[in-house]
Design a protein around this ligand. Structure first.
Ligand code: RB5
Length: 147
């Protein structure tokens, strides 16, 4: 299960991503927003991030105007590793090296075609573990203990 969330600025692109997931037969839960009315990205980004952190969803895709605000919110949830991507190379490496469990996209930054290439690359990439696992554990230890 993939968690989706956006604010009003990301609503249209989130719909494009949802249709792409439908085409691939991948299931998702849309944590909102569901209307074009102006809203606050942390509300929806945090809901999706909590669903990923709890295991309800395996991964998540977030969209706001730049992709930054909603990723900042998501990364406040313990266990979330979310990066903002504007091209596929970063998205693929964020999975391979950083084991990202969420990505965010900027609907006012990239077009629909590029967004789908990013999502496709990220969904298909595999975490490489090894030395990258040690580095992620350093972050997790800090998150747990503050040192
Ligand atoms: C909304 O206007 C905009 O600030 C939001 O979508 C996002 O870009 C914030 O980071």
């Amino acid at each position: 299960m993939i968690a989706l969330a956006s604010d009003h600025a990301g609503l249209e692109l989130k719909g494009v991503i949802a249709r792409y997931l439908d085409e691939r037969g991948l299931q998702y839960t849309d944590f909102g927003t569901h209307t074009a009315a102006s809203c606050n990205y942390p509300e929806f980004g945090l809901k999706a991030a909590q669903a990923v952190a709890s295991g309800q969803c395996e991964r998540g895709i977030l969209v706001c105007g730049t992709g930054f605000g909603i990723s900042l919110a998501a990364n406040k949830v313990r266990g979330i590793r979310c990066v903002n991507c504007s091209e596929p190379y970063t998205a693929v490496l964020s999975r391979g090296h950083n084991n990202t469990n969420m990505i965010s996209l900027g609907a006012r930054v990239i077009g629909h075609g590029l967004a789908i290439s990013i999502v496709e690359g990220w969904l298909d990439a595999q975490f490489e573990a090894g030395r990258h696992q040690d580095r992620i554990e350093m972050i997790s230890r800090y998150e747990e203990s503050g040192v």
